[in-house]
Design a protein around this ligand. Sequence first.
Ligand SMILES: [Zn+2]
Length: 200
Amino acid sequence: MFTAICPHCGLYQTEKQVRFAGGQGIARCMACGGEYAYRALPLFIVLGASGTGKTTLALRLQREQDRIIVLDGDLLWRQEFLGEGNAAFFSVWMNMALNISQCGKPVLLTMGGMPDDFLNNPQARFFPAIHVLGLCAQEEDLAARLRARPSWRNSASEEFLESMLRYNAAVRQLDPALDTSGRDERACAQEIMDFVQQRV
Ligand SMILES: [Zn+2]
C-alpha cells in the first residue's frame, strides 16, 4: 500500500519528491531523505455532466473488460466535500486510485470536474501521466435525459439543469471529447477503451 507515511522515519507528509524510472515511482521523504518505490501507472479520467452516460459506460466497462479498473466517482461523494473546489474529494479519489493501481492495473475514474481539478491536485505528482477524456452530449438530449430522471435524484430543477448545460459546453471544448448523443453504448465504450489502449 502507498501512504503519505514515510516507512523510514514514520512522518506523515503528502509533499514528497517523486521521480519515475522503469515503470516505478520513487518517492523521497522531504524530512529524512529516505526513498521508497511503488508501481507507477497512468491515471485515466472520464469526466462530464450528469446525463452524458458516465455511469452507464462505467458499468459496461466493468462488465466487459479487465485491463483497467473502472470506478464511478459518485461512490465516495459526501456533502462534506463541498467547498474549496471540492479539492479534498479529488485528493481522496486520486489516493484511492494510486493504491488500487498497486495491483498492476491502471484505474479509470468516471467523475465530474475539469482536467485541472486532477492535474493541479497535490496527488498528481505520484502519477507518471493523467489522461482525461471528456464526455458530452447534445444540449436538448442532455436536458431530456436529466428531466426524465426520477425526482429523488433532484436532477430536473432548472438551476441544476442550467449548471449541467454550462458544464457540458465546457467539456465539449476538451481534446479529446466524446459526444454520446445518438451513439450506441457499445461504440462509446469501445472508444473509451481505444483511448486507454493508445496510452497504456
Ligand atoms: Zn522519512
